[in-house]
Design a protein around this ligand. Structure first.
Ligand code: DC
Length: 211
């Protein structure tokens, strides 16, 4: 079974993906973490061909064997990863790895282009959305000490860049869109679980379940 979760920064994708992976017994693959790790590797002077990324089942991220998880979630890395992800050679490099990771496995994969490009035949595709202001507020809670106005401006710039390029943040017609403004995480997770259960039921009765 393949579950694709896309959405902009701060939409709650990671929390929902984690909950779905636990609930449905799937491997969780956070593709944003992969882009972040590549950005870190390139910033250290490595060439793309010298970079090896591993995502452990416990969500730790390894760059050429080194656990870099704690280094990936800073304002600086938000910016660097977003810029790095705009390069077609980086996308090609990671998309191939993401497809290989999902092959013959039950996965929940989250990112920007999972339902549209990486796993276009996923059994369930969800798109999480929220207003820019709400997403900036959430990011401020995750990263205490950052001024709201600064986070808002950076997120606006990232949105513009992350939405550009092939397939990124495209909502395919078979995608279920969940709006999360003003809702609790538990409420959104419950709706996501119901959406997955309904989609699985529909697809298994029509014999189209993959994986
Ligand atoms: O989800 P995130 O914020 O950790 O992602 C980091 C950056 O990587 C983000 O700016 C967009 C990019 N990204 C992407 O282009 N495609 C993906 N599938 C996942 C992330």
């Amino acid at each position: 079974m393949q579950i694709a979760i896309d959405g902009p920064a701060g939409s709650g994708k990671t929390s929902v993906a984690r909950a779905l992976a636990r609930r449905f017994g799937c491997l969780l693959i956070n593709t944003g973490a992969m882009y972040r790790a590549v950005a870190l590797g390139l910033s250290r002077g490595l060439k793309l061909s010298e970079i090896q990324i591993e995502i452990r089942p416990n969500e730790r991220v390894l760059l050429n064997g080194e656990d870099v998880t704690e280094k990936l979630y800073t304002q600086e890395m938000d910016e660097l990863a977003s810029q790095t992800a705009a390069h077609p050679d980086v996308r090609e490099f990671l998309i191939a790895q993401q497809r290989a990771l999902a092959q013959n496995r039950d996965v929940v994969m989250e990112g920007r282009d999972i339902g549209s490009v990486v796993l276009p035949n996923a059994d369930v595709k969800l798109y999480l959305d929220a207003s820019l202001e709400e997403r900036a507020r959430r990011r401020c809670q995750e990263r205490p000490g950052l001024p709201y106005a600064e986070v808002l401006a950076q997120m606006r710039a990232r949105d513009a860049r992350d939405g550009q390029g092939f397939g990124r943040l495209q909502i395919t017609p078979d995608t279920i869109v969940l709006h999360t403004d003003g809702r609790t995480l538990n409420d959104v997770i419950a709706e996501a679980i119901r959406a997955v259960e309904a989609a699985l039921q529909r697809r298994s009765s029509s014999g189209k379940l993959s994986g």
